[in-house]
Each structure stands twice: as structure tokens, then as C-alpha cells.
Write a protein that binds this ligand. Structure first.
Ligand SMILES: *Cc1c(COP(=O)(O)O)cnc(C)c1O
Length: 472
């Protein structure tokens, strides 16, 4: 066995010497004494074992401190941070869904900063109800009799089922037994809410008589689930909501409609395909409607429940409601977003989701032409960058088959031959993900596509491109 290079160990500074050398005090000021000591110990121990393996590392205090500083900076970075969503999917569940309007951000930070009247009635000077900040506002915007809000729409569906149908049967069309992703599957949610699913009809065709024969003494309610993320085409039949509602009402059963996205605006007014609204669902006879706060509504993660007063009152008094309640930041954000709906004329300017969705392709093309040269330069001649037409998706399960004409950049590596072209492209994708604000695009036909529909800060995007490190 080779002799251990004792002289290398001797060169290694002690933790104390590291902490008193130039540059250490500023690290301590930034990250704290304990973190600097811990990282220093870890690094020195790694170096000791490298020396045992006969390495001769550079152990000057300057080099070591630079490494410590870089490690501390990396580990101090928040795990959750902003990215550029250039995937072309506007409401991207993995990328945080709706971006909030600045009005909402301001109101969130105002209530986050200090005390608020979350559960305090300012007029009466006594204990109040946190739901009061939203319920009437939701009713006003939607024209519903009553409303309540919980943490997300999955929670809304569970709470409604558990309140209205625990221990009983709930008929649902076989064509609507959806999986939304992230393990939200109607049959499982039904079971966990304490209800029994009664499957009705077939996958492609469900008739009113199927619902009629599914209703029995054990039935508690009938549920319709919006098939958010797929469509059934061809030989199909779906029973109109109003007919299911009439049938339910003949039997004195509530009809519940889980809309999923449930926009509050008429999307056709903005040149977009129609998506059912909670107003439509109520008009078509639903007694309770559930939908998300952070899909087309354009707000924070939340689940809205609207409908008949007596049913909402029962839902609100379910003890599970307490476990599913929204926090003050959600309430602040949702209230700010809902109040924007009072002025439909300015909504598309003020609500980022709608603004992004309604953004015309020619405007996006101008952005593409503006950022293209910087992108080309950052790629150091390794790739071709073109402005291309592409198609965006709404996302979050809304309108799964309809795309919106958009524009973006297509990045194609010159060295894109058969041998390892996939991995070269993947390395390029990784380089963009490694930027201070990671850039997330999509790959299509061996090309990296950046759909620029959701890029609203070109300056920030261009500014960080000089930090792109290509490791191809
Ligand atoms: C998205 C969706 C849900 C879940 O909503 P979250 O707000 O994500 O919890 C439930 N049902 C349908 C039909 C959906 O589209």
C-alpha cells in the first residue's frame, strides 16, 4: 500500500484558521456562523479523504473559501422558485398554474406582513368569520345563492361528497370517471369520501334511462364530472345537464356538477373556445357546483363551492371543512382576483391568465424577434435559432383538444446527427434549466421549442442568457 502523503495533510488549514482568514467574516455575516462552520467541516473532511486517496488538492484558504461560499449560496437557494414557463401550456400544473395579478400579490403581502381582520368583525368589534371575506363576493360574481371556499377543488369535491352522500350511493356516468393526475381519480375520491360509486351507462354512451334506473333508496345525490382532460368522440351520447337535474329533482336528490376549471369569463369574448362556466352549470339545474381557483379563474390554489343555500350550509358545517379551510394569503389573493371580475371591460388587461390566453400571435412574434438574436448569441454557433409559429395549450385540463396559435423560438443543434442527438439536446435543455431563473421549454421533433406566449419579461429573459453554460 502506498504511503499516505502526510505533507498534504499538513497543508490543510484548520477550521479556526479558515474562519479567521480574509473573506470568512463576510460569509459569516451572510450565512451565519453555524452554517459556515458546518460547510467548512464538511469540505475539509472531503478533502482529507481525497488526500487519503492520494489526491493533491489546492488547499489555499482562498480556494477553499470560494468553494464554501458557492456551496452555501447553493444550499441557501429556495427550493421553490420562479421559472420561465415557455412550454406553451399556459395553466401548467407542474409550473404553478395561474400567475396572479399584481393587485392580488399586493394584498397577499399586506396581510402576510402583519395582523389582519381574518376572523375579526371590524364593525362589531368582536370575533368574525374568515369565510365572510369571500362568500358574498363569490355569490355576487357568480349570481349563486350561497358559496364557500376550501383549499383546492379536490378538497371541494371530497367535502361535498362527504357531506351530502356519506355511506350512500352516488351515480356517475362511466364516461366521466376521470383521473385528473396527481392521483385524483373519481372512484378513489368517492371511496375516501365515504361514498359508494354507482357507475351509470357505458364509456361512450349514457342515457337518461341509465340514470333513472341507477337511482334507488340508497342514492344520495347524482354527480357530473367535467371531462377536463380528454374527450370522447364518435358514437357518443351524454345526457344534457338539465335533464339529469330534472330527474334528480323529481327524486328530491341534489345534482352536483364538478366543473374542474370553470371559467368565470365568457372565453368566446376573447377569441377563445367556449368553456363551461359555473353560471351555466347553475342555470342548467345543478344544486352544487365545484371548481378550481387557480385554473381559468386565474387566482390562487382554491376550491370554490357554489349553489343552494341549504346544501352549502350543510357543507360548511361538516367538521372536515375546518381541515380544508383556506389560509389568509389565499383569501387575500382570491378576493383581489374576484374583484377584478367586477369590471369585465378591463379584465383581459388585468388578469394575467386571460391576458396570456388572449395574447395575439403577431404580438408574440414581435417578442420572438426581439429575443432571438440574444438566444442565438448565447448558443455560440452550436445551434440554429428560428422564429416559428407554434400552438399553445390552455392546460390544467381545460379544452384538451383545442390549441391557440402562438409563436416562439425553435432551437436546433447543428450536431444533431443520429449518434447521441437525443442526449446532446437533453444537455442543451439542462443548460437552460440551470440558469438562475430556469427556462422550461418543450421538445418536439429533435428541436427545443420556446413558446413565448407566457414570456412577459423579455428584458429579464435576455439578461440572464449570458450566464448560459453550454456543456454539450
Ligand atoms: C382540476 C380538476 C379537479 C381538481 O382540482 P384542483 O384544484 O387541482 O384540486 C377536480 N375535478 C376536475 C374535473 C378537474 O378538472
Amino acid at each position: 500500500m502506498q504511503k499516505k502523503p502526510q505533507s498534504e495533510f499538513a497543508k490543510l488549514p484548520s477550521v479556526d484558521r479558515m474562519l479567521t482568514s480574509d473573506g470568512a467574516p463576510s460569509l459569516v455575516a451572510e450565512f451565519g456562523h453555524a452554517a459556515v462552520v458546518k460547510t467548512t467541516r464538511e469540505l475539509l473532511s472531503e478533502i482529507r479523504s481525497a488526500i487519503r486517496d492520494c489526491a493533491t488538492p489546492d488547499v489555499t484558504t482562498t480556494t477553499l473559501l470560494a468553494e464554501i461560499s458557492s456551496r452555501l449560496a447553493t444550499s441557501d437557494m429556495p427550493s421553490l422558485r420562479p421559472v420561465f414557463n415557455l412550454t406553451g401550456t399556459v395553466l401548467h400544473t407542474n409550473l404553478g398554474r395561474a400567475f396572479l395579478p399584481h393587485e392580488a400579490i399586493a394584498e397577499v403581502s399586506a396581510v402576510a406582513r402583519g395582523a389582519s381582520n381574518l376572523e375579526y368583525d371590524l364593525a362589531a368589534g368582536q370575533r368574525g368569520d374568515r369565510d365572510s371575506h369571500l362568500d358574498d363576493l363569490v355569490c355576487e360574481i357568480i349570481g349563486a345563492e350561497a358559496a364557500t371556499v376550501v383549499n383546492n377543488n379536490a378538497a371541494a369535491v371530497m367535502l361535498v361528497l362527504n357531506t351530502l352522500a356519506v355511506g350512500k350511493e352516488v351515480p356517475v356516468s362511466r364516461g366521466e370517471l376521470v383521473e385528473i393526475g396527481g392521483s385524483f381519480r373519481i372512484p378513489d375520491i368517492m371511496a375516501r369520501s365515504g361514498c359508494r360509486l354507482a357507475e351509470v351507462g357505458t364509456t361512450n354512451r349514457t342515457h337518461l334511462k341509465d340514470f333513472a334506473s341507477a337511482i334507488g333508496p340508497e342514492t344520495a345525490m347524482v354527480m357530473k364530472v367535467h371531462t377536463s382532460n380528454y374527450i370522447i368522440q364518435g358514437f357518443t351520447k351524454e345526457v344534457p345537464e338539465s335533464e339529469i337535474a330534472d330527474l334528480c329533482h323529481e327524486h328530491e336528490l341534489p345534482f352536483v356538477n364538478d366543473l374542474g376549471s370553470g371559467t368565470l369569463a365568457n372565453l368566446e369574448d376573447y377569441g377563445l373556445p367556449h368553456e363551461p362556466t359555473p353560471m351555466d352549470a347553475l342555470k342548467n339545474g345543478a344544486d352544487v357546483v365545484t371548481f378550481s381557483g387557480d385554473k381559468l379563474l386565474g387566482g390562487p390554489q382554491a376550491g370554490l363551492i357554489v349553489g343552494r343555500k341549504d346544501l352549502i350550509a350543510r357543507i360548511k358545517s361538516n367538521p372536515m371543512k375546518r381541515a380544508l379551510r383556506c389560509d389568509k394569503m389565499t383569501i387575500a389573493a382570491l378576493s383581489a382576483v374576484l374583484r377584478l371580475y367586477r369590471d369585465p371591460a378591463r379584465l383581459a388587461e388585468r388578469l394575467p391568465v386571460l391576458k396570456s390566453l388572449a395574447r395575439p400571435a403577431n404580438e408574440i412574434k414581435e417578442v420572438a424577434q426581439e429575443v432571438m438574436p440574444a438566444c442565438h448569441k448565447a448558443l455560440q454557433g452550436l445551434a440554429e435559432v428560428d422564429v416559428v409559429d407554434c400552438e399553445s395549450e390552455i392546460g390544467s385540463g381545460a379544452l384538451p383538444t383545442r390549441t391557440i396559435p402562438s409563436c416562439g423560438l425553435a432551437i436546433k443543434l447543428h450536431n444533431n446527427g443520429k449518434s447521441g442527438s437525443g442526449t446532446q439536446l437533453n444537455k442543451l435543455v439542462e443548460s437552460f434549466r440551470a440558469l438562475p431563473t430556469p427556462v422550461i421549454g418543450r421538445i418536439q421533433d429533435d428541436t427545443l421549442i420556446f413558446d413565448l406566449r407566457c414570456l412577459n419579461d423579455e428584458t429579464a429573459f435576455i439578461a440572464q442568457l449570458e450566464k448560459l453554460e453550454l456543456k454539450l
